[in-house]
Design a protein around this ligand. Structure first.
Ligand SMILES: [Zn+2]
Length: 101
């Protein structure tokens, strides 16, 4: 079995994150799950920073015309979808639902 590049734990083919340490595994970025939708890139960066503490990679995807609206107003009209690797979804949800601060 392939090994985690971070902690060397063996993992099953197809895993998006290491079952031992939660690190993102190479070549397995295709299974993504929608975590939440935020109003601005600033909000996304806050979530991204929280998730980074758990080695969960976060990806943002502007909704339709979001980039265009952001240029005009600084925020998007439609929001930004935040995606995480599907196996890390439940952990990511608990991370972002922690009390702020
Ligand atoms: Zn690992």
């Amino acid at each position: 079995m392939p090994k985690c590049p971070k902690c060397k734990t063996e993992y099953e083919e197809g895993a998006a994150v290491c079952p031992e340490c939660g690190a993102a595994l190479p070549g397995q970025q295709n299974k993504l799950a929608l975590l939440t939708t935020v109003e601005s890139e600033t909000a996304f960066r806050i979530i991204e920073a929280k998730l980074a503490q758990y080695d969960i990679p976060a990806l943002m995807k502007h909704k339709t015309f979001g980039d265009f609206m952001q240029v005009l107003s600084g925020t998007t009209m439609y929001g930004i979808d935040v995606y995480v690797p599907e196996p890390a979804l439940s952990l990511a949800q608990s991370v972002i639902n922690e009390d702020p601060g």
